[in-house]
Design a protein around this ligand. Structure first.
Ligand code: GCO
Ligand code: MN
Ligand code: MN
Length: 386
């Protein structure tokens, strides 16, 4: 195995297989046992929602006992808690949202629940706080004042960031976009929407993104392009890797088990940065947010968890051989991909630019980029036949 650092959400391997049509197909998994097993598979870190570890109606004593057991498993295995998040979607109180509920009482309760988890995350050493607003949305466009809902969403996020700063925590907020499910329409449906809202915040400097592969693909978008924008803007604070086949329900497959080709380009960007260095390689945990299919029993949990790491390792190795291939580098050169020149010269005036003679556009139209051959080379490296 490489020295890449992997992490898993406790809700992933802990998922019992409950879906809208069927009951659990697997027994409850104790969070401490979950951490031990993930450590055995080679994971370095774990992440969790408050209610992955204790139920929403737990007493303080029950909550502290549950946290102590997680801390003990972490200490015993050397596993790190790198990110925490809050469940603001399961309980009926959140059926119409937490930060965007029309009820002020719900919003104040939801915000307090989130801030308590910020405190716990800081205590455990987590440096990222993820916010996935699964219930922040509507089925019917007139169910909320849409202006007020966005203003309240912004207020909630800004308050979390302000709280982190006021406490002096070494922590950043990462928003997780998703277009739909469980709501008919979820606010901040894509990476682009979230980046636009972050720009309006007072404390947006510590607010970035946690994009999930499947969520962008549910919206018909290319995940690698989305994270490239976030990386370019310095806003890729965390990632949720998994697999998805096109725009349908949130499949949460093992990483690489959906759109394999797109997974390769995602790994290539994360591991190597962009070909000409405009985007640097990603630093941070390679975090998996998937669901072991409910057809699998307990052995299948660990086989599927290991499959995420195996997919990533193999794609990372393929991306290294792809970049090291002289034919690939020559193809980058030929296509113009290695060129970092700006379109205007330094200090160039509009006058001189506009006075320049146009090129021979017939000749220029004959440029051959050679990107089909380049793409075939990527496939050959993925298939290991290069
Ligand atoms: C989903 C989401 C969630 C979030 C998680 C973090 O199932 O659609 O991906 O898994 O990532 O709740 O808050
Ligand atoms: Mn998902
Ligand atoms: Mn996710």
């Amino acid at each position: 195995m490489s020295d890449i650092k992997y992490s898993f959400g406790l809700w992933t391997t802990g998922w019992q297989g409950v879906d809208p049509f069927g009951d659990a197909t697997r027994p409850h998994l104790d969070p401490a046992e979950n951490i031990r097993k993930l450590a055995e598979l080679g994971a370095h870190a774990f992440t969790f929602h408050d209610n992955d570890v204790w139920p929403i109606d737990a007493t303080d004593a029950e909550k502290h006992a549950a946290i102590d057991s997680v801390k003990a498993a972490a200490a015993e295995t050397g596993m790190v808690c790198e990110m925490v998040t809050t469940n603001t979607f399961s309980h009926p109180v959140f059926k119409a949202g937490a930060f965007t509920s029309n009820s002020r009482d719900v919003r104040r309760y939801g915000l307090r629940k989130v801030l308590k988890q910020v405190d716990l995350g800081a205590e455990l050493g987590a440096t990222t706080f993820v916010m996935w607003g699964g219930r922040e949305g509507v089925e019917y466009a007139n169910a909320k004042d849409l202006g007020t809902a966005h203003a309240r969403y912004a207020e909630g996020i800004d308050t979390v960031a302000a709280y982190i700063k006021s406490k002096g925590y070494d922590m950043r907020v990462a928003l997780e976009p998703k277009p739909n499910e469980p709501r008919g329409h979820i606010f901040l449906p894509t990476i682009g929407h979230a980046i636009a809202l972050i720009d309006s915040l007072d404390n947006g400097d510590i607010v970035g993104l946690n994009p999930e592969v499947g969520h962008e693909e549910m919206a018909g978008l290319d995940y690698t392009h989305g994270i490239a924008l976030a990386l370019y803007l310095g806003k890729l604070f965390h990632i949720d890797l998994n697999g998805q086949n096109g725009p349908r329900y949130d499949q949460d497959f093992v990483f690489g088990h959906g759109n394999l080709l797109s997974s390769f380009f995602t790994v290539d960007l994360l591991e190597n940065g962009s070909p000409n260095g405009t985007i640097a390689p990603y630093v941070g945990y390679r975090h998996f947010d998937y669901k072991p299919s409910r057809t699998e029993y307990t052995d299948g949990i660990w086989e599927s968890a290991a499959a995420n790491i195996e997919s990533y390792e193999r794609l990372a190795a393929a991306s290294k051989s792809y970049r090291a291939d002289a034919e690939v580098q020559a193809a980058f050169e030929k296509a113009g991909i290695l060129d970092t020149s700006k379109t205007l010269a330094e200090g160039e005036s509009f006058e001189s630019f506009m006075a320049e003679a146009d090129p021979d556009i017939t000749e220029l139209g004959k440029r051959h980029e050679g990107v089909i051959r380049l793409h075939q080379l990527a496939i050959n490296h993925i298939l290991g036949n290069k």
